[in-house]
Design a protein around this ligand. Sequence first.
Ligand code: HMG
Ligand code: MG
Length: 330
Amino acid sequence: MTTPDTPEGTGGTPATGLPMAFPADGLPARVRIHEVGPRDGLQNESQVVPTEVKAEFIRRLAGAGLPVVEATSFVHPKWVPQLADAERLFPMLDGIDPARLPVLVPNERGLERALALGARRIAVFGSATESFARANLNRTVDEALAMFAPVVRRARDEQLHVRGYLSMCFGDPWEGPVPIARVVRVCRALLDLGCDELSLGDTIGVATPGHVRRLLTALNDAGVPTDRLGVHFHDTYGQALANTFAALQHGVTTVDASAGGLGGCPYAKSATGNLATEDLVWMLDGLGIETGVDLARLTAASVWLAGVLGRPSPSRTVLAQMNQARPHKE
Ligand code: HMG
Ligand code: MG
């Protein structure tokens, strides 16, 4: 539902559940949202979420128009017990094109498991810092790259789409600030392995917009084109949306977000939830940027999951939309 166009802008108002749209110069016309809630979000839940709930959450997110919904990880079940049900979950999603359901695989064993179930889109996940590479993958940075090499090669032979995540691109809880040159080196290495796209992770949410701009420029200077880059901001310091806007201004068109702001990382204690997908969609709708996402259906999915988890979503947009839906007191 939208209100009529006005000289100031077009579209809705908060009362309709949509922002007014004011397109701004120098921004992309369309953004692809890479939804990570069921993977990055749920992997951090201490209570094991029933597989049926995960499947229903993913169906609702896909039904809200999210083009890709990262479904799960084929990692060692002892490392991430929450996602130990990947073999049961993935087949429950058979109504959704597997090309819309990326899964994380760290190694050849993970790839075997994913291929056996018909996965068509995978992500390997490296680190810019040694401390996180050790904590997350039990490897050095370069050992992890060596572990990914046969995975990416085989995935490409099987014509899978391969994303390369890079964690700790801005700061690291053990090592502090991360030099841009180190991030650039590992990004180049992941692309050289054959990754189709990279996702720049601010795992602990310490980035600020100028830092984002500086890193993107350094990557371009090193021959990494912006159209191969996505951004992945956690919202620990409330900067995720500002950082995303800086990336959009730079020409980035792939943005990771987590429905309801779920998330964290079990191997980086200071990480909190990702940028909430609803907050992102509200801003993109307001900028007149196409996403294909129905904000009302997306919010409903997050409200439903929050009900199952027994606690409210941290997303400001989800909260605002819920308050808006309550009857006004006279
Ligand atoms: P390891 O202990 O070094 O494993 O862990 P290994 O290679 O020595 O193998 C040991 C045993 O594990 C073997 O079994 C393997 O078969 C088995 P055994 O011979 O002893 O019986 N094994 C597996 N079993 C099932 N599936 C597998 C698998 N691999 C080995 N895939 C490993 C190395 C990579 C497996 C481990 O460190 C791991 O699973 N890590 C995953 C950690 C993780 O998922 N972290 C969260 C995702 S990253 C993230 O959230 C950041 C991101 O959001 C971006 C950002 O925010 O920055 C992406
Ligand atoms: Mg993450």
